[in-house]
Design a binder for this molecule. Structure first.
Ligand code: SF4
Length: 331
């Protein structure tokens, strides 16, 4: 790992195995997060984004989930090789996660102050006194825009947006070096989504925290990310700098489909162009390209042979025809 990298995920594969079936959730995923930057993982629900995040946090369900290949290097150390005790010193303290739904992330019978302070009490490496922890809780509440006097209230006394601010305070109180935000605004009203998102980004910039932003929303990616991985059926099908994804010439057909399915006032198209079909069944191993059943450019080669990874100046696309001009390649 170079000095400006904080996280490097290499060839990560995760499956869920039950008595009835095996679900291939994440398939040979690789990406890098630089210090102080934001990496976006964008794709449909069920594409494997959250499983990747839970793998990094070592929060996968132990009974069913298996990591079958790869490395997760955080500050040079492989998280997959760490003991549960070593992981306790990382999770919540050096790497924190903001979960999607604040109602399920918060305990309804504990005050928000108790819940925010719990992470510090658990990790208390600086041996803070009770009063010092209380002060840290109050400061963190104010940091996320909640008056400190509200620390003794319960989650039901807060609106959805304020509850998500509490969850963000829980994630930030130990000054983590890396934050994973898993669809942090999806469960909120549209009117407060932008507010919460801009608060997360302001705090991230202020403290230089590195962040993985998991989302299905290209608008969120455009506003928050430096690097983007487009995830489809457990694979990263396109990866590059924000400009590569939003302004580059070459794209994976799935990325093209994502852009075609959002409103664009500049084009004359009166209707949105949905990506027809569904993601492939994750219980069935795929020989060729996973996107082939939905791809308008698919050939026999696509259906039978796994596409290679094309790369130019760090911009990667997994497609047999990447890098060849569209008009020529698909005639
Ligand atoms: Fe489409 Fe073939 Fe490329 Fe897959 S490899 S995205 S099917 S053109």
């Amino acid at each position: 790992m170079s000095d400006n990298e904080i996280l490097k995920v290499k060839d990560l594969s995760i499956l869920y195995k039950t008595d009835l079936e095996t679900v291939y959730a994440v398939n040979h995923v690789s990406f890098t997060l630089n210090k102080g930057q934001t990496l976006g993982l964008v794709g449909e629900t069920g594409a494997g984004k959250t499983t990747t995040a839970l793998g990094i946090m070592s929060l996968l369900p132990k009974r069913t989930a298996r990591v079958t290949s790869g490395e997760i290097l955080f500050e040079g150390q492989d998280l997959l090789k760490m003991s549960e005790k070593e992981l306790l010193g990382i999770r919540g303290q050096k790497i924190s996660m903001i979960f999607q739904d604040p109602m399920t992330a918060l305990n309804p019978v504990l005050t928000v102050g108790d819940q925010i302070g719990e992470t510090v009490r658990l990790h208390n490496t600086k041996n803070l006194s009770r009063e010092e922890i209380e002060k840290k809780v109050e400061d963190t509440l104010e940091l996320v825009g909640i008056p400190k006097e509200r620390k003794n209230e319960y989650p039901y006394q807060f609106s959805g947006g304020m509850r998500q601010r509490v969850v963000i305070a829980m994630a930030l109180i130990c000054d983590p070096r890396m934050l994973i935000a898993d669809e942090p605004t999806t469960a909120l009203d549209v009117t407060i989504q932008a507010q919460v998102l801009s608060m997360i980004c302001d705090l991230q910039r202020k403290y230089g925290t590195s962040m993985i932003m998991i989302t299905h929303d290209l608008g969120v990616v455009a506003e928050t990310c430096d690097t983007v991985g487009v995830v489809y059926a457990g694979e990263i099908v396109e990866y590059g700098q924000l400009a590569d994804i939003f302004a580059g010439e070459d794209h994976h057909p799935y990325t093209e489909g994502l852009f075609g399915s959002i409103p664009n006032l500049k084009t004359k198209a009166r209707r949105l162009q949905p990506i027809e079909g569904l993601m492939p069944d994750p219980t069935v191993p795929v020989e060729g390209c996973r996107f082939a059943p939905r791809c308008k450019y698919a050939t026999d080669q696509c259906r039978s042979k796994k596409p290679p990874l094309w790369e130019k100046d760090g911009h990667q696309i997994r497609c047999h025809f990447a890098g060849i001009r569209k008009e020529a390649k698909h005639e």
